[in-house]
Design a protein around this ligand. Sequence first.
Ligand SMILES: Nc1ncnc2c1ncn2[C@@H]1O[C@H](COP(=O)(O)OP(=O)(O)O)[C@@H](O)[C@H]1O
Ligand SMILES: [Mg+2]
Length: 239
Amino acid sequence: MATNALELSHIDAYYGDSHVLHDVSFSCGEARLLGLLGRNGAGKSTCMNVTIGLLAPRRGQVSIFGTPVAGLSPEQISAQGVALVPQGRRIFKSLTVRENLVVAAQKPRDGKHAPWTTETVFAMFPRLEERRNQIAAHLSGGEQQMLAIGRALMGNPRVLLMDEPSEGLAPQIVHEVMNTIRKLKESGLSIVLVEQNPTLVFDVADDIVILNTGRVAVVSTPAALQEGNVDLTQHLGVF
Ligand SMILES: Nc1ncnc2c1ncn2[C@@H]1O[C@H](COP(=O)(O)OP(=O)(O)O)[C@@H](O)[C@H]1O
Ligand SMILES: [Mg+2]
């Protein structure tokens, strides 16, 4: 059986005494796109925090291409080839566009994919190149999201995690971001796309996992869910 790019198995995670993830298991295959859905507070970002080592799970394992990483530091996990585009962008607002990219640069760990550099990121996002010497705080929301994606790519990841990249963006910009995600998938990256809105994700995802109150409620595909066998509003509210 092929090794999964990312696998969470039987994860229990807490913030202090608050038990947030309950026996969460899901996986993202190599060069596949997993849509991770769930309403606000379902535990999506906590899954991201556990994956990148910001929150150590109390039980369970996280594997990156078969290598167990639960309990390792964020630096050690990042070195396995995982990068996160965090919810709310979290770029360095006082640095220029170019500086934001340069400080995130890491060497690729396999020869499989063309390495990302400031030049290749600028080729993907021409608007960032036009603004390369501007302070990031002066960018529009859409440009800041592109910069956040560019920063993650500069780490030359094998697995890219994106936490609600469409949040707070105008529909036209969301469309551009989704096109970018599609291109990244075609390049062979393994991607976990976290969203609250299923219609966005159904377009690009191979597989779907829905979290509900910290538990995996549904494991499916866009096609199966669009047939309507699962009550999506039960898990996702109104969308
Ligand atoms: N740093 C934190 N400390 C304590 N509780 C938190 C923290 N971050 C999130 N939570 C709680 O954990 C649960 C899951 O949150 P989160 O993973 O951010 O959900 P989602 O990303 O799906 O909206 C929520 O009940 C939230 O209030
Ligand atoms: Mg979140």
